[in-house]
Design a protein around this ligand. Structure first.
Ligand code: ZN
Length: 332
């Protein structure tokens, strides 16, 4: 794959730089917004997003991948406004975020119909604009591989084949859904090297994560600051252990932060996840990882290099070799 679609234009992989692979400028329950728009303060949401993006920029972030898709309130004009106001390279996604159910519109139509819509987002533009999506997103949570969720994953796989853009998932490690996603994607002929299984850091079961890595996929240690499933210390221990075993070239560090999210009362979010932000990994996590033996080179691999390979659709064979060559990690 050559150039990458960002909101404000095409990017060469070499222009990505330090990248946060999984963050949200805004998350909304889109049906609630459609019916009760008076509940929302667009100006406040915009200010909060700009504030966080600028803070990330101060830490050296050059690119943010935002997997806000259908059912998370994707609004490409809002994302463009934030990208223009901050100068950040922001990459939008296409796909559907659902744990169990898709609307009847899709239930009663084919997988290829859905795939064609995703392809349109990537090749023509999102929401009647010419702003193109740069990657694909699907989700499988505790409900497992429901009929509707499987349909989305197959559609994402087919859109990937037509466009070459990579696939990011939302998974639920406690239910092993990352492996189920890989089963379906591989059945559709997707090379796991083009797949990032998101939220693997929500477990400290290193063996489970290694099973995902051994299939050839990337893993998202991408929810730093969210304390609901696992504490920060446990997230760190897993990353340190995997880095020690030579897997820095399979991991992404990110926060899954939402500058605003309407799922909860705002005060409740802050109370439960006090450190959650676009900058937590730079301010607290990376220094802590380094104190525990993760090298500067490995941090660089996770923050600068893996993103190029994921977007680049690099041939998996080289990586597989590195994986089996445990303990003798060398920069590719
Ligand atoms: Zn997310």
């Amino acid at each position: 794959m050559g150039m990458i679609n960002s909101i404000t234009g095409k990017l060469d992989p070499s222009e990505l730089g330090c990248t946060l692979v999984h963050e949200h400028l805004r998350t909304r329950s889109e049906s609630v917004f459609a019916q009760f728009p008076h509940l929302y303060d667009e100006e406040n949401e915009f200010q909060k997003a700009v504030e966080q993006v600028n803070a990330a920029k101060d830490r050296g972030v050059q690119t943010i991948c935002d997997p806000t898709v259908m059912e998370l309130g994707r609004d490409i004009r809002f994302m463009e406004k934030v990208a223009v106001a901050t100068g950040m390279q922001i990459i939008a996604a296409t796909g559907i975020y659902s744990y169990h159910y898709i609307p009847p519109h899709f239930q009663n139509r084919s997988i290829d119909y859905m795939a064609d819509l995703f392809v349109r987002d990537i090749e023509v533009g999102v929401q009647n604009t010419s702003i193109k999506a740069g990657f694909l997103k699907c989700a499988t949570d505790a409900q497992g591989m429901t009929r509707d969720v499987e349909k989305v994953i197959r559609a994402v796989a087919r859109a990937h084949h037509k466009t070459g853009v990579p696939i990011m998932t939302h998974s639920h490690p406690a239910s092993g859904t990352g492996l189920m996603q890989l089963d379906i994607l591989e059945e559709e002929g997707v090379n796991p090297n083009n797949v990032l299984i998101g939220h693997c850091g929500d477990t400290d079961d290193v063996d489970y994560i290694l099973r995902v890595i051994d299939r050839g996929a990337y893993v998202g240690m991408d929810r730093y600051g969210i304390l609901r499933m696992i504490d920060t210390e446990s997230r760190n221990e897993t990353v340190i252990e995997l880095a020690k075993r030579g897997y820095a070239d399979r991991m992404f560090l990110s926060q899954d932060y939402c500058c605003t999210i309407d799922w909860y009362e705002p005060e409740a979010v802050k109370k439960v996840n006090p450190d959650w932000s676009f900058t937590f990994i730079f301010d607290k996590i990376i220094p802590e990882l380094k104190r525990n033996g993760v090298t500067e080179e490995q941090i660089h691999t996770m923050m600068f290099e893996n993103i190029k390979s994921w977007f680049g659709g690099q041939d998996g064979s080289k990586t597989i070799h590195t994986i089996h060559d445990k303990g003798s990690y060398t920069e590719k």
